[in-house]
Every structure is written in C-alpha cells, then in structure tokens.
Design a protein around this ligand. Structure first.
Ligand code: FO1
Ligand code: 5AD
Ligand code: SF4
Length: 326
C-alpha cells in the first residue's frame, strides 16, 4: 500500500478563454466579457507555451476554458483570429499541439454532439467534471451545470468512445447523500459506456472576490471520507485522481484510495487554482511517492485504440507495450 505506484501526466495548461456562459459561485477564473481581464488566448501565445512544454518533455496539452461563451464581444474577439466558433479555434490549437508532439486533453464544458465528435479526432482523451448531481445555489447562474445536461454530455462522450475524465467538486454545498449519488451516477454511466478512465475528487478552494469566497473548504477528514467512498463505489478499472496542488495532505489522500495525481506542469500554473503551486516531481519523490508517468489516455484505452485518429502516431511512438509512457 505504502509503495503503490502513483501515476501522473506531465502537461501544459492552455487556458483558451476565461469568458463563460456560466457563472459558478466558486469560480475565480471566469471574467465578464467587458472586463479588462477577459481574454481569448492568441494563437501565437498558445504556440509558444506548447513549444516550451514540448521542449521540457511534456506529453499532454490540457485545454481548459469557459463554457460556450455567447457574448457578442467574445465572437468579435474570435473573428479577429479568423474563427467563427470556439470549437473550430480549439480544434486548430489541438492540431498545433499535435504537430509539436503533444497529446491534447480538452475540458471545455458542455458542447453539442457534433462539436464533441469533431474534437474527438484531435484529442487523446477529454473531460468534464460532473461536479455534483445536486441542484445548488453555487450553480444558480450556470445553466450548463445542470446535472442532467452534464450526464447527457458524459454519455455522448461514451457513445463516441472518447476516453473520459470526470469527477466531483467537494464542498460546494452538497450533502453526503449528494456525494454518494454523484459517484453512483458516474459508476452507472461507466457501466453502460465503459469509457470513464478516471474520476477526480477535487476539493473546493475558496477564491476571494467570488460569491463563495467566505465559504469554508472541506476538511481533510471529509476529503478522506469522500475518497474512500469513491474507491468503494467506483469499479476497479476506473482510476481515482486527487489533485496534488490543492492539499497538504496528499499522502493521506493516496492512502484513502487515490492512485493518480493528474496533470503536473513544469511550465504553467493551474489557471483555475493559480494560488496553488504544482509540486515538482522531486518534491513528490522526496515525500516518498513512487511515480510513473502515464499518457493523458489510460493504458486500457491505448490498447483499444479509443483515441482521436490525429493523435495515433504520437501514441504509437510514446507508449510502451503496457500503454504507459516509454
Ligand atoms: O490542472 C488542472 N487539471 C485539471 N484537469 C486535468 C488533469 O489534471 C489531467 O489533464 C487529466 O488527468 C488527463 O491526463 C481536469 C481534467 C478534466 O478532464 C476535468 C477537470 C479537470 C480539472 C483540473 C484542474 O482543476 N486543474
Ligand atoms: C476545471 C474544474 O475546476 C474546478 N473548479 C472551479 N473552481 C474551483 C475552485 N474554486 N476550487 C476547486 N476547484 C474548482 C471545477 O470542478 C471545474 O470543473
Ligand atoms: S467553473 Fe467553468 S463553467 Fe463555472 S464559471 Fe468557471 S469557467 Fe465557467
């Protein structure tokens, strides 16, 4: 137990845009379209980040961004780069990543089926946090956080055979029963589509200047209990991920059942939790962890060939016979 292998993915985090049709009570990343801090990343800027990451040996390009922004000012910005839709832009950013030898993992909120199908081609895996099956005050201004909408999207990904990362956000007003139901909902989707590669159990970290800036984060004890519950509910072939930068109790989280720590970036910060620095691999080793690098698509799905056609050459080159990184 103490010596079990812990997997991670060496990545670069590309925040495509912080404009978003939702407005979650806990989110410190989102900006209103009129704000001086609202952005859409420039293609050149993304390219530089990707190039730097490739140079540092990263294999994953994580594209995370606001959910289908609908404001006119957003589309004006996008048009300046020559794009009509955000998905068309992200598709080209993924192609750029692939040209540099990186494997895209896109987590950009709820998308229409045809856009998801298009992005599949250029992604090794994709993701969307279920967050919770409860209807919460935190999501009152977030139509795309409606649990049924999210479950449908995760099922769409299953129909398309996209290796998928989902998870729950803990401490945003949900009850213990909600946590159990959310994990059971994920388990049930997986039983039908067999595409959930990992489930993130992410602790809420309060952000100043947000509606939930003064809400207490979940305790370490609560997190350990959720992780144990998750390990019990989820099938064995679904890995459990605990982010390493949101807690000082990572070892206990691993003992409670987590076996993966997700993306670790030597080149970018966690734009969602910018105050939480990534530990370095040396720091993790000094904690006594036995680490093994994986691809953003898990071995099971590497073997099945469930990844986008455009990423196949990179996967063939970078994975060993077991589906781990060579
Ligand atoms: O750096 C982060 N990575 C996040 N990741 C990425 C994750 O660390 C890795 O990219 C995956 O394990 C794939 O290798 C997510 C991926 C998803 O599909 C859904 C949600 C998240 C959430 C985060 C996050 O908050 N911060
Ligand atoms: C990318 C993922 O980041 C998570 N997320 C968004 N805001 C926060 C926060 N304050 N603390 C922790 N996680 C957060 C959500 O679960 C989202 O889906
Ligand atoms: S968490 Fe995602 S969906 Fe919610 S406001 Fe932030 S960017 Fe938008």
């Amino acid at each position: 137990m103490a010596d079990k292998l812990v997997t991670y993915s060496k990545n670069v985090f590309i925040p495509v845009t912080n404009m978003c049709r939702n407005n979650c009570g806990y989110c410190g990343f989102r900006r209103d379209p009129g704000s001086p801090e609202a952005f859409i990343i420039r293609p050149e800027e993304a390219h530089e980040m990707l190039k730097k990451a490739a140079g540092q040996g990263c294999l994953e390009a994580l594209f995370t961004y606001g959910d289908s922004p609908s404001d006119k000012r957003f589309f004006e910005g996008l048009r300046k780069y020559g794009y009509e839709t955000l998905t068309d832009y992200v598709y080209d950013l993924c192609l750029d990543a692939i040209r540099l030898g990186l494997l895209p993992h896109t987590n950009g909120g709820v998308l229409p089926y045809d856009e998801l199908k298009k992005l599949k081609e250029v992604n090794a895996s994709m993701g969307l946090m279920l967050e919770t099956t409860a209807r919460l005050e935190a999501h009152r201004l977030s139509p795309a956080k409606d649990p049924e909408t999210r479950i449908k999207f995760i099922e769409d990904a299953g129909r398309l055979r996209i290796p998928f990362t989902t998870g729950i956000l803990v401490g945003i007003g949900e009850t213990w029963e909600d946590r159990r139901r959310s994990l059971e909902a994920i388990r049930d989707i997986h039983k039908r589509y067999d595409h959930i590669q990992e489930v993130i159990v992410q602790n809420f970290v309060p952000k100043p200047h947000t509606r939930m800036g003064n809400v207490k984060p979940p305790s370490v004890e609560d997190m350990i209990r959720v992780l144990r519950m998750a390990r019990e509910i989820l099938p064995e072939d679904v890995e459990l991920q605990a982010p390493p930068n949101l807690t000082s109790h990572l070892k206990e989280f691993l003992e409670a059942g987590a076996g993966d720590i997700g993306g670790i970036s030597p080149v970018t910060e966690d734009y969602i939790n910018p105050e939480c620095r990534w530990p370095t691999l040396d720091e993790l080793k000094a904690m006594g962890l036995k680490l093994r690098e994986r691809l953003p698509v898990y071995p099971k799905y590497v073997k099945r060939g469930w990844y986008g056609r455009q990423v196949e050459p990179i996967i063939k080159k970078c994975s060993d016979g077991d589906g781990y990184r060579v």
